[in-house]
Design a binder for this molecule. Structure first.
Ligand code: GLN
Length: 191
């Protein structure tokens, strides 16, 4: 069984652990550098990317996370996690940093404010319709040549993959449908 960490600085960690279990992986929360060392892959949950960034600094995780991603650690970022995996962002606060890894520009809060949260049915990676929950969600403005687009909502890119890195604007951990987590677990096993 692959060991998949869930970055537990902020966000819906428990829901991701549950979805990973449904997808047949062994999930564990990651809050310290030693815990990061122990996992084969990492989920970065939604929440607030500004808070996750600041807490990553406070917990001495920012550089270790960047280093492991650079070494090829498979990672899946949802919503704020997608922002964390973006090489470039729009609409960040002053000085806001990401971990980077995916050659894309992500626009924070692109779909609107909290009240503008919505659900939509998407075709995710050709795996049929999937109910997606968007909460103050970002979208992907543009992607580099090595980035595969896995889903769109209308004409907006909302799921991408680049090598071992996967990102969604939406929250697949909230619907009880573990197909996106299963896709990630399969990715991790294939790598
Ligand atoms: N708006 C949040 C951010 O910019 C993301 C929202 C979410 O993760 N649900 O980080």
């Amino acid at each position: 069984q692959v060991k998949i960490g869930v970055l537990a600085l902020q966000g819906d960690v428990r829901e991701h652990l549950r979805a990973l279990a449904s997808a047949g992986a062994h999930g564990m929360s990651v809050r310290r550098p030693e815990e990061l060392e122990a996992v084969d892959a990492l989920v970065i949950p939604g929440g607030e990317s500004t808070t996750i960034w600041k807490l990553a600094v406070a917990f001495d995780l920012l550089e270790p996370l960047r280093a492991r991603i650079k070494e090829g650690l498979p990672a899946f970022g949802s919503c704020a996690g997608m922002i964390m995996l973006a090489d470039r962002i729009q609409g960040g606060i002053d000085g806001q940093q990401t971990l980077g890894g995916i050659d894309m520009v992500v626009r924070r809060n692109a779909f609107g404010r909290q009240v503008d949260s919505f659900e939509a049915d998407l075709d995710f990676a050709g795996r049929g319709p999937l109910r997606a929950v968007f909460i103050r969600a970002p979208w992907v403005e543009s992607v580099g040549a090595d980035v595969e687009v896995l889903a769109r909502a209308g004409d907006r890119i909302v799921a991408v993959r680049q090598g071992p890195l996967l990102a969604t604007s939406f929250h697949p951990e909230l619907t009880g449908d573990a197909r996106v987590h299963s896709y990630f677990v399969e990715m991790v096993k294939e790598l």
